[in-house]
Design a binder for this molecule. Structure first.
Ligand code: SF4
Ligand code: SF4
Length: 179
């Protein structure tokens, strides 16, 4: 009995330590990892976040000229890996964490970007925004675009590899002929 009385005494001394959630909200602790939010104007469509997302909450679809990034909050662990991986800070964890919903649709976010074709083989290979971003960054380092840069950036990785291989073979042939 004395145990219960002791507890009662402590409770009376402490007063109310709970709050009437969800009517009353507690303060959000600083640095809380809530849901990730994508800045649609900044994302370049590199896919780095999709590759590293541990729960497949992020996924991508490629439809001819459209690249789609899907985020499904129902699978999200709020781990923050996507935020760390994004090269342009387009994805950030915000303090919102109450995501309960009656419909799955409310938990889905979709971003669409335009894809571009390889100048050489004509296959779609990346997003227009990623190319524009690379060109912008290049200009921050150089005064103008070199022909080599513009040629290479508009070619898909397969064509680029092929071109490098051909150049290497040509250089090798020339070196052999000189000797
Ligand atoms: S916070 Fe984690 S689980 Fe959620 S989308 Fe980002 S990487 Fe995936
Ligand atoms: S890592 Fe960033 S830029 Fe790349 S797809 Fe994800 S949100 Fe977009």
């Amino acid at each position: 009995m004395s145990g219960i009385l002791n507890l009662l005494k402590i409770a009376l001394e402490k007063g109310c330590v709970t709050f009437n959630y969800p009517k009353e909200k507690n303060l959000t602790p600083e640095g809380l990892r809530g849901k990730p939010e994508i800045d649609f104007n900044t994302c370049i469509g590199c896919g780095a976040c999709v590759e590293k997302c541990p729960s497949n909450a992020l996924s991508l679809e490629e439809h001819e000229d459209i690249w789609k990034l899907n985020l499904f909050y129902g699978r999200c662990l709020m781990c923050g890996v996507c935020e760390e991986e994004c090269p342009v800070d387009a994805i950030k964890l915000i303090e919102e964490y109450e995501l309960a919903s009656k419909t799955k649709k409310d938990l889905e976010v979709e971003l669409q970007l335009i894809r571009v074709k390889c100048k050489k083989c004509g296959e779609y290979f990346t997003t227009k925004r990623l190319i524009e971003n690379m060109m912008k960054e290049y200009l921050e380092l150089q005064d103008s675009y070199s022909d080599d840069f513009t040629n290479r950036i508009l070619n898909c990785p397969t064509c680029r590899k092929k071109e490098w291989g051909e150049e290497l073979a040509e250089a090798y042939r020339e070196a052999r002929n000189e000797n």
